[in-house]
Design a protein around this ligand. Structure first.
Ligand code: ADP
Length: 469
């Protein structure tokens, strides 16, 4: 479409150039004719009058000779005739008839036909009026004058020049539009494909039309992109360095804290077991407190390390078909032991065998987190672990009869270090369990949903890709 428009534009330019050249040609030709005409008329007048004057001063027997000489030299046909039109002397291939000469005499100036062709004539009386002799001079009018031929060739030149200009213009404007576009496109594709493509290198501008503008705009984009890329890679390398530092720091913290902490817990267990002798009730309380705080601290350290590994992508999972029923049964057993000190029943509800695609260790961690939260927050009633499946996923719901979670807190509790207000006031837990659980579920391409009503209980549901056998 665009190419057609261009072609049309060029054709219009050529058309206008032809029209302009023709106009100039017609005007020029007319001008040339007029100039020629007046020049010939002047020549005829000049020769006739000069010769007439000289003839008057020449002896009659020399008149013919003078006429011949002038005719030969000027190429002009000359006739001397009387009042009736009868020829007296001449230097002409053919003398016009008596009537013609009489007519020419009356006209004085004009065009007449001679044997050599159409000629401009001028009649001049020889002597003062009433003259009895007249001299007529015929100057041949050129069929096509040299100047008009020159004009024609000049016009042809102008026309050719304009046409060539239009063609060059078409080439400059429309040349290889397709190839230029393909060229720009190839560069963009190369940039998208090859990450190491030197994005800052501009594409050469090959035309001044839309493609040229496009190229220019693209080059600006490339320049900005290159700047952004540099900034990004700088940021990335800084972030990577920071990440490496963080990992190293966490590894060090893990070692430095966990080793003495495990020792403390070990000693506390030994003391509480009474192996080293009985403890006074006060000491027993104190050591129990130490052990509780130590366990809390160890849990916190483990959670932070785990979250850090999840965030930095160091934690990898290995997906395989896993029985959701087996995992649920094992965790329900543990939950029942944890809840043994309360009137809470932990049950498994599974009407079908459900296999999901998961990392068995991490799936167990997910379910354990949910069940231990339920046990932690449920004072009495029931904790049900329900295993189900639908067309695309296997689901495991942990439903409790605990305090429930207010709707305004149901999103926040999945964030790091976030707890419900009541839980914060009690200063229990770390607020990391659900954040870790949520990330683990996401790594399995699954989802974690919460349904809860304050005072009634909560239900956390994990959905994972089901494996059909
Ligand atoms: P933590 O249990 O260490 O506080 P979590 O991330 O596991 O951290 O839980 C965040 C918060 O979500 C809890 O502090 C609690 O307020 C709320 N929560 C989690 N599970 C339940 C539940 N089953 N019933 C009521 N509240 C819950």
């Amino acid at each position: 479409m665009r190419l057609h428009l261009r072609l049309l534009a060029v054709l219009v330019v050529i058309g206008i150039s032809i029209f302009a050249a023709s106009l100039i040609g017609v005007a020029g030709l007319r001008e040339v004719r007029q100039v020629n005409d007046s020049a010939i008329a002047r020549r005829a007048t000049l020769i006739a009058e000069t010769l007439a004057a000289r003839l008057l001063a020449t002896a009659p027997e020399l008149e013919q000779e003078l006429i011949d000489v002038v005719s030969r030299r000027t190429g002009v046909e000359l006739v001397v005739f009387d009042r009736q039109g009868r020829s007296i002397r001449d230097a002409a291939l053919e003398v016009p008839s008596v009537d013609q000469l009489a007519l020419f005499r009356r006209q004085r100036d004009g065009y007449g036909d001679t044997r050599l062709g159409r000629a401009r004539f001028h009649v001049t009386p020889m002597g003062p009026p009433p003259a009895d002799r007249f001299l007529i001079a015929f100057v041949l009018a050129p069929e096509s004058s040299e100047s008009s031929a020159a004009l024609f060739s000049a016009l042809l030149g102008v026309f050719l020049f304009l046409s060539a200009g239009a063609a060059v213009l078409m080439l400059a404007v429309g040349r290889d539009a397709g190839r230029d576009i393909a060229f720009v496109q190839a560069r963009i594709q190369a940039m998208a494909r090859v990450r190491s493509e030197p994005t800052g290198e501009p594409i050469p501008m090959r035309s001044i039309d839309e493609v040229g503008h496009l190229t220019q705009a693209f080059n600006e984009l490339v320049a900005r992109f290159a700047l952004a890329q540099h900034a990004y890679s700088d940021d990335l390398s800084r972030a990577q360095a920071a990440d490496r530092e963080r990992s190293a720091f966490l590894a060090a913290v893990s070692h430095e804290l966990r080793t003495p902490l495990n020792a403390i817990l070990g000693f506390a267990d030994v003391l509480l077991s009474g192996v080293d002798g009985p403890l006074t009730p006060d000491d027993f309380d104190n050591v129990t407190q130490v052990r509780g705080s130590g366990r809390h601290l160890l849990g916190l350290i483990n959670d932070i390390l785990e979250l850090s590994a999840l965030e930095s992508g160091q934690l990898k999972i290995q997906l395989e078909p896993v029985s959701l029923n087996d995992i649920a049964a094992a965790v329900v057993r543990e939950g029942a032991i944890l809840a043994a000190d309360r009137p809470v029943e932990v049950t498994l509800v599974a009407d079908e065998q459900v296999t999901v695609l998961a990392d068995p260790r991490r799936l167990r961690q997910i379910v354990t987190n949910l069940v231990s939260n339920a046990v932690k927050f449920t004072e009495r009633g029931e904790i049900a672990v329900i295993v189900r499946s639908n067309t695309s996923s296997g689901t495991l719901t942990v439903r409790d009869t605990g305090p429930g979670i207010p709707p305004e807190e149901s999103v926040r509790i999945f964030q790091e270090f976030r707890q419900t207000l009541s839980e914060r006031q009690r200063r229990r837990g770390t607020g990391l369990g659900l954040a870790i659980t949520r990330r683990l579920v996401a790594m399995h391409n699954g989802r974690l949903d919460l349904e809860s009503e304050v005072g009634m209980g909560s239900a956390f549901t994990v959905s994972l890709p089901v494996v059909r056998k």
